[in-house]
Design a protein around this ligand. Structure first.
Ligand code: ZN
Length: 480
């Protein structure tokens, strides 16, 4: 009895002490609201950069490589003997338009091709190209400008019809792709992510002679690179998706090949359908029989499929879920299909949100028009992702920055986004649980550490890299 009285007394005084201002540890949620109210944009960006994050479930590797990385990788000996040439002039050459030799429209300047493709062109066409290493400084700038989507005049058409085409043969070099993947992983790890699931294709590669490099060889090149110490040292789990361009005439046979590859290569866990949705040839219903046929043979290939990346109302998300997708890429027009929207509240499917992509590709006029807060706050599972950040010149920090600034995310919502990105990862249960535990540990440590750091001064050592998008849109840095 005496012991009980003593315990009650202690509990009472502890409660009194903790209720005194300055003595109690204020909850991080409350602290974060105060921080948001008073922080400058730069302080908010630096906080979000330092903040541990979950995963990025929606990123295209070749669209995530910054132009400077492409440039350096093509020239510094990682190209495995492949020499690259850029088109720097148009001489109105007589030409044969053959899909076998041409990757991009004839008139597209700064398209990049490998030597074997150059040698298949006429002398006149060859004279229009220069070796990449011979470009002048101003030509280098123009080459990089051709990959960034940074001008008000550039939008969806430029992105789909010219920016990818300019990358040309660079995207078909497995040794460059392996090195690019390492840079990609290091950059996301530095932002505090612990999981990435990029779309890294294993098809369509060629060597220095122009010979096809088979998928298993490409997987071997990537696997060997990821086994080295610099990658192993990262606190980062990765899995890959095989993407298929949905409107190609042979997309069905590509899906069949993709199933074969994904079922053989352990790091490749899922398949995605990509490509603009206003091209009617890629409608989801076209692939219903193909996916059903594949499931008769393959037990564990997961599907995350682009759908609803459109400002037009349609049933593409519903039809895509019928294909067997567990996750939807973009889901921007979900609110135009109320039955499907209602069925997605509180799971079981996740929508991969790409705020910056949707703005730059003109699917929304402004962030205020984006359905993300409605989906988040009505219980549709969502996570933030970066899509093709190499072309937007942005980061995962920027996605959180846009979300917090435009939609006033509270601390619980920020953590939910990270947790969702791990909970819906295409990994085995034990790996998923380990990542969720790791995230909980990291975010818990961050909460205590940041508050201590913030006491007295808001200055932090963690200066965040400010890339082009936030510089242009939010004036977070001085542009040249
Ligand atoms: Zn995408």
């Amino acid at each position: 009895m005496r012991l009980m009285q003593w315990v009650s007394c202690c509990v009472f005084w502890l409660t009194v002490l903790l209720s005194q201002p300055g003595l109690a540890a204020e909850s991080f949620d409350v602290w974060f609201e105060r921080f948001k109210d008073t922080a400058t944009d730069t302080e908010l960006h630096e906080f979000l950069h330092a903040m541990p994050k979950g995963g990025d479930l929606h990123q295209h590797l070749t669209g995530s490589i910054f132009p400077k990385w492409w440039w350096e990788l093509a020239l510094r000996g990682d190209a495995h003997g492949v020499e690259y040439f850029a088109k720097t002039q148009i001489n109105d050459c007589p030409r044969v338009d053959s899909a076998a030799i041409r990757l991009a429209p004839y008139g597209l300047l700064y398209q990049t091709i490998a030597r074997h493709r150059l040698e298949a062109l006429s002398d006149c066409e060859q004279s229009e190209f220069q070796p990449l290493r011979a470009l002048s400084e101003s030509q280098q700038v123009a080459w990089m400008d051709g990959i960034w989507l940074d001008k008000p005049s550039e939008g969806r058409e430029a992105f789909f019809e010219t920016h990818w085409q300019r990358l040309g043969d660079l995207t078909g070099n497995p040794w460059i792709i392996a090195e690019a993947l390492v840079l990609h992983m290091q950059a996301f790890s530095a932002e505090g992510l612990i999981y990435l699931e990029p779309q890294v294709t294993l098809m369509g590669y060629r060597d220095d002679q122009g010979k096809v490099v088979p998928p298993e060889v490409v997987a071997g090149v990537i696997r060997e690179r990821l086994s080295r110490r610099d990658v192993q040292a990262l606190d980062l789990t990765v899995r890959f998706q095989q993407a298929i361009l949905r409107f190609l005439p042979n997309a069905e046979s590509q899906i069949v090949a993709a199933y074969r590859i994904v079922s053989k290569e352990p790091e490749w866990v899922g398949i995605n359908l990509v490509g603009r949705e206003d091209d009617e040839r890629g409608q989801p219903k076209r692939f219903l029989e193909t996916f059903r046929a594949m499931r008769r043979t393959y037990p564990d290939v997961r599907l995350s499929i682009h759908a609803g990346e459109s400002e037009v109302a349609n049933h593409n998300i519903r039809d895509t879920l019928s294909l067997g997708a567990d996750r939807i890429g973009h889901g921007l027009n979900l609110l135009s299909d109320l039955d499907t929207f209602r069925s997605m509240r509180h799971g079981p499917y996740l929508v991969e949100i790409n705020l910056i992509s949707n703005l730059l590709l003109e699917y929304v006029e402004s962030f205020e028009r984006h359905p993300f807060p409605e989906l988040l706050r009505t219980g549709v599972p969502v996570a933030l992702s970066t899509d093709d950040r190499g072309m937007w010149d942005s980061s995962m920090t920027d996605e959180y920055f846009v979300a917090v600034k435009n939609f006033q995310l509270n601390w619980a919502e920020i953590k939910t986004l990270s947790e969702n990105s791990l909970r819906y990862a295409f990994v085995d249960k034990p790996v998923q649980q380990a990542m969720l535990d790791r995230y909980a540990q990291k975010i818990g440590a961050f909460e205590s550490q940041w508050r201590i750091q913030e006491t007295g001064s808001r200055k932090t050592e963690a200066v965040s890299p400010k890339r082009g998008f936030v510089c242009r849109k939010y004036a977070l840095c001085a542009l040249p």
